[in-house]
Design a binder for this molecule. Structure first.
Ligand SMILES: Nc1ncnc2c1ncn2[C@@H]1O[C@H](COP(=O)(O)OP(=O)(O)O)[C@@H](O)[C@H]1O
Ligand SMILES: [Mg+2]
Length: 363
């Protein structure tokens, strides 16, 4: 669902303004500190109701302003327009409206526009902690399996209750049993959905690596968060005392992870920095490709500072992949000349220039 129009006010350094995007390629250039990442962040916020940079609201709201507002008009696959509005004031929870109706959970927002983000921190996917990889995997599971978010909600709710009992030293099995029961049922679903997603995604990643002229062939091993030989029930039972000592549950889907192998070896250990980056690009692009293949839904691609991340050859391959997608791409670069020449001259694209938080379309 491409963004047609967005309106923003008091979001980071961006001045109050209205922008009209192309449903295809959009390139935004501007000097360091002009507001490129802030614009990408505002679009991301519109798509999931939260930021990727800082969870501290104070740092997102423009200095000295009481709060920010974001508004967008998007168009769905049936050419119907949808309006999304987000108002966030300090010390208050977010008010989110879709088509004039307040929604209770940002989860509803996330299903409106599947949005894939590539920004500097994305490149911690292989080397960083498992959180990033779970978020990566769950983006896909969320969009392809509609029962996932409910299973996940039930799981985390029971996990919280279980941990509270453990911290209070209430380790009586009969007290824990109802929460364990909920966790076991939801864990089985979460595990199945994640496993199936990862298995189906691997060939798509490999296809994209080939399209990007890479000779890397990858495989992903999925770790479900507890011993693959034990059932979750006995895992929970066996670890009660250890869990009680630490005050939290050590094993379960909240500890799931994936490990990526390239040509049979762990990717984080054998690939060069450049190879890792193009692999991560391929992994993210594959999520959009797989969602499209499965459901016909197109994703929006937000790519911040592409030239800082990819050298010219890789950039060229990625840009020619992106222009064939016929999806909305919003990408930023310090220097427009580092990307513009990489697109075919017939490609319909819209250019913008940012200066001191003001984004202007360039003709
Ligand atoms: N809450 C805020 N209010 C006002 N300005 C901010 C806020 N947060 C960050 N900035 C400023 O916004 C500017 C743009 O940042 P950023 O979007 O990251 O720039 P770019 O990605 O173009 O290099 C920076 O100068 C930064 O100091
Ligand atoms: Mg930036």
């Amino acid at each position: 669902m491409p963004y047609q129009t967005i309106k923003l006010s008091n979001f980071r350094n961006l001045v109050e303004q209205r922008l009209e995007f192309s449903p295809l390629i959009n390139i935004i250039d501007g000097k360091n500190g002009s507001g490129k990442s802030s614009l990408i962040e505002s679009l991301y916020y519109l798509s999931v109701g939260k930021s990727f940079r800082s969870s501290k609201l104070d740092s997102i709201v423009q200095h000295n302003a009481p709060g920010f507002t974001l508004f967008s008009v998007t168009e769905d696959d049936n050419s119907h327009q949808h309006r999304i509005g987000i108002t966030r004031e300090k010390n208050k929870s977010a008010l989110i409206k879709i088509d004039g109706e307040f929604i209770r959970s940002a989860i509803q927002l996330a299903s409106v526009t599947p949005t894939l983000l590539i920004e500097p921190e994305t490149f911690e996917l292989l080397d960083g902690g498992p959180n990033n990889r779970r978020r990566y995997m769950d983006w896909g599971v969320f969009h392809v399996e509609h029962r996932f978010s409910e299973a996940w909600r039930r799981y985390t709710k029971s996990l919280k209750q279980r941990n509270t009992l453990l911290r209070r030293g209430r380790i009586d099995r009969s007290l824990l049993a109802p929460w364990d029961g909920q966790m076991i049922a939801s864990a089985a679903m979460i595990d199945q959905y994640r496993h199936d997603y990862v298995v189906s995604l691997v060939p798509v990643i490999n296809d994209i690596l080939k399209l990007l002229n890479q000779t890397i062939d990858i495989d992903i091993s999925y770790y479900r968060g507890w011993d693959k030989k034990a059932d979750y029930q006995s895992t929970l039972n066996d670890s009660i005392e250890r869990d009680a000592r630490s005050g939290f549950t050590h094993q379960g889907p909240h500890r799931a992870d994936i490990r990526i192998k390239a040509n049979g070896r762990f990717a984080d250990e054998v690939l060069s920095r450049g190879q890792k980056k193009i692999l991560i690009f391929s992994m993210i692009l594959a999520q959009g490709a797989f969602l499209y293949k499965l459901s016909g839904r197109k994703s929006v691609y937000l790519i911040d500072d592409i030239s800082a991340e990819l050298d010219i050859d890789h950039r060229k391959n990625v840009c020619s992949y992106l222009e064939k997608l016929e999806s909305q791409v919003i990408l930023t670069a310090v220097d427009i000349n580092s990307v513009l020449p990489l697109f075919h001259e017939d490609t319909e694209l819209r250019m913008f220039h940012v200066e001191h938080g003001k984004v202007s379309q360039v003709n």
